[in-house]
Ligand binder design. Structure first.
Ligand code: HEM
Length: 486
C-alpha cells in the first residue's frame, strides 16, 4: 500500500476513491465493463445498480491492519456520465475535449496513442462491442478466489436485476470474457518476465504543492500547476468531478513469443557463446532495469539484490552520471516514461508528466501448449489531465523527440511498447534501438541475421482503451440516491 505523506490537512480522504491513492496489492481483481441504457425512463434502474454497489465502494482512508476481503471502485466515461447525470450536458461542458471525444478519436487522442494495424481502434475489444458502448467500469478486488467470486456475483447480479438497463460487456475471447488478473508468480512480475510496479510517484499531500507528484495535481479541483490543469474547474460539472481523478484504461496484449524469440535471436547474433547472459543484457537495455528490477543506472553490469527495488537515481547526477546513455540507453522504456532529471524540451514544457500505474497481468504465462492464449497487461494509468500527462507520455513513447539527447533528424521509439508504425504527424521514425557502448561501437538492434527484418518487432498491441473519470464517493452516492450534490 502506497503511504501518503501527510503534511497539512488536505483533501478529504473519505470522499476520494481508494484506488487513486493506494496501490492495492490484492491477489485477485476483475475489471468489469458495463453499458447503460440511454432511455431517460431507465435511469431509476441504472441508479439501483449503483446503489447495490455502494456497500463495497472503497474510499482512500486507512483501512487499518486488515485489508478488506473484497472491495470495489467505479469509473465512468463521458458517455456514462451523460446518461447518469444528464443535467450536466457533458458534451457541451468544460470537461476536456480528449475525455469527451474518447481515446479512439483520430484528431485527438490517436495523434499521441498512435494505435495502428492490429491495435487500430476499429478492432478494439475483439470487436465484441463498440468503443462508444463502454459507459462504466467496476474494478473489483478480492483477497482470495472465493471472495472474488462473491464480489463479481454481487456486481453482475446487480446488473441482471436492472431489467436490461445495465449490460455487462465481455471484451476477451476467454471462457468468462472478463478482464481478470492472472496470479503470475512472483506476484509483482508481468509477462515478458520483468518485475513491475517498482517506481510510482510518491504522493505528497501538500495542498499547495507544485510538484507533479503531489496529490493535488492528480485530484480534480486542487491543481497548483499552470499545466496540466486537472479539470473541469467551472460549473456544475466541476462540482461533480471534484475529488475525482482520470483513469486512462488500456488493455495491452503482450506478444511473449515474439519478444522471447527476438531476445534469443539477437543474443545469438551478438554473443552466441554467452547467449543466456546476453538475452538478459538486451532485456535490461530495452527496459532500463534488469528483469529482477535493478536500474541500469545503479547496477550497469549485473542485477544486484540491493538495488532491485531502488527508485532514488537520476540520469544527470554527479554520481552515476549517465548523460551518454552508456548505462541506460536513452530510448529504454523507463528512461522515456520517466526521464527524471534529464533535460526535457517538448513543446516548451520542461515538466516530466507523471502518472500513477495501477495495472496487473491478465492471461496465463506462456507454456509450450498455450502459445495462442491472450495475455498482457490490464493498464490503469491514473492522472489529473489525460492529455497533459498520459497522452503526452504516450507521444514520447511513440516518438522520442522530447529531449536533445535524441537526434533531431531521426525519432527513435521506446523499444518495448511503442506502436512501430505510429507516425501520425509525419515524423521520421527510426525503427531501430541503439545501445550506446563505451568503446564507441554502438549496438544497433535488430542486428542483421537470418531472422531479422531490420525493424524492431511489435511486442505490444492495444486491445482496447477507455477514458474514465473515477468520481468522488459523494458524486457516486449522489447517482445511487438520485440527488445532485451541491
Ligand atoms: C505491456 C506494456 C508495458 C510493459 C510490459 C511495461 C513494463 C514496465 C517495466 C518492467 C517497468 C519497470 C518497473 C518499474 O519501474 O515499476 C516499467 C516502468 C514504467 N512504465 Fe511501463 N510497461 C508497459 C506499459 C506502460 C505504459 C503504456 C506506460 C505509460 C503510458 C508506462 C509507463 C511506465 C512508467 C512511468 C514507469 C516508471 C518509470 C520510472 O519511474 O523510472 N508503461 N514499465
Amino acid at each position: 500500500m502506497t503511504a501518503l505523506k501527510k503534511t497539512t490537512p488536505g483533501p478529504n480522504l473519505a470522499d476520494i476513491q481508494g484506488l487513486i491513492i493506494r496501490g492495492y496489492t490484492h491477489p485477485c481483481s476483475v475489471h468489469l465493463l458495463f453499458k447503460f441504457s440511454s432511455k431517460p425512463a431507465d435511469l431509476t434502474s441504472v441508479r439501483h445498480f449503483f446503489k447495490a454497489l455502494m456497500p463495497h465502494l472503497q474510499n482512500a482512508e486507512d483501512w487499518g491492519p486488515l485489508k478488506p476481503e473484497m472491495m470495489l471502485n467505479i469509473g465512468l466515461t463521458a458517455g456514462g456520465i451523460a446518461i447518469v447525470r444528464s443535467d450536466l450536458n457533458v458534451y457541451n461542458s468544460n470537461f476536456s475535449t480528449t475525455f469527451k471525444r474518447g481515446p479512439w478519436d483520430v484528431n485527438s487522442a490517436q495523434l499521441s496513442l498512435g494505435d495502428y494495424g492490429d491495435g487500430d481502434p476499429s478492432k478494439w475489444w475483439n470487436n465484441k462491442f463498440a468503443n462508444e458502448d463502454v459507459h462504466c467500469i467496476v474494478h473489483a478486488y478480492a483477497m482470495n478466489p472465493g471472495a472474488q467470486d462473491s464480489i463479481v456475483d454481487m456486481i453482475t447480479t446487480a446488473a441482471k436485476n436492472s431489467k436490461g438497463t445495465v449490460t455487462e460487456l465481455l471484451p476477451l475471447k476467454s471462457k468468462t470474457g472478463r478482464l481478470e488478473q492472472y496470479p503470475l508468480i512472483p506476484s509483482d512480475y508481468i509477462h515478458f518476465k520483468y518485475r513491475d510496479s517498482i517506481d510510482e510517484p510518491d504522493l505528497n499531500d501538500n495542498p499547495a504543492g507544485t510538484d507533479q507528484a503531489d496529490l493535488n495535481n492528480f485530484l480534480i479541483g486542487y491543481s497548483t500547476l499552470p499545466n496540466p490543469i486537472p479539470g473541469p474547474l467551472n460549473g456544475p460539472e466541476a462540482v461533480f468531478a471534484k475529488n475525482g481523478c482520470y483513469n486512462a484504461f488500456r488493455v495491452l496484449y503482450q506478444d511473449v513469443v515474439t519478444f522471447d524469440n527476438f531476445l534469443e535471436d539477437q543474443a545469438q547474433q551478438i554473443n552466441p557463446k554467452e547467449k543466456d547472459t546476453t538475452v538478459e543484457w538486451i532485456a535490461a537495455k530495452i527496459c532500463g532495469r534488469w528483469r529482477q528490477g535493478s536500474p541500469l543506472v545503479l547496477s550497469p553490469d549485473m542485477p544486484e539484490h540491493d538495488t532491485s527495488k531502488s527508485t532514488d537515481f537520476g540520469y544527470e547526477q554527479a554520481v552515476n552520471n549517465d548523460s551518454q546513455g552508456l548505462r541506460c540507453p536513452f530510448a529504454a522504456h523507463t528512461r522515456v516514461a520517466n526521464p527524471r532529471d534529464e533535460p526535457v524540451d517538448a513543446a516548451g514544457s520542461t515538466l516530466v508528466p507523471r502518472i500513477l500505474r495501477r495495472g496487473m497481468a491478465y492471461g496465463p504465462p506462456l507454456l509450450d501448449d498455450n502459445t495462442d492464449a491472450d495475455r498482457g497487461l490490464i493498464g490503469l494509468f491514473l492522472c489529473g489531465d489525460i492529455s497533459g500527462q498520459f497522452e503526452t507520455l504516450y507521444s514520447w513513447i511513440n516518438t522520442n523527440n522530447f529531449s536533445d539527447v535524441f537526434s533531431p533528424d531521426f525519432n527513435t521509439q521506446d523499444p518495448l511498447i511503442a506502436n512501430r508504425s505510429a507516425d501520425p504527424i509525419g515524423n521520421n521514425i527510426d525503427p531501430t534501438f541503439t545501445i550506446p557502448m563505451a568503446n564507441g561501437k554502438n549496438v544497433v538492434l535488430p542486428v542483421p541475421g537470418p531472422k531479422s527484418t531490420g525493424i524492431l518487432p511489435q511486442f505490444v498491441v492495444t486491445r482496447g482503451t477507455a477514458y474514465f473519470l473515477l468520481p468522488s464517493i459523494s458524486s457516486l452516492k449522489g447517482i445511487a440516491e438520485g440527488h445532485i450534490p451541491k
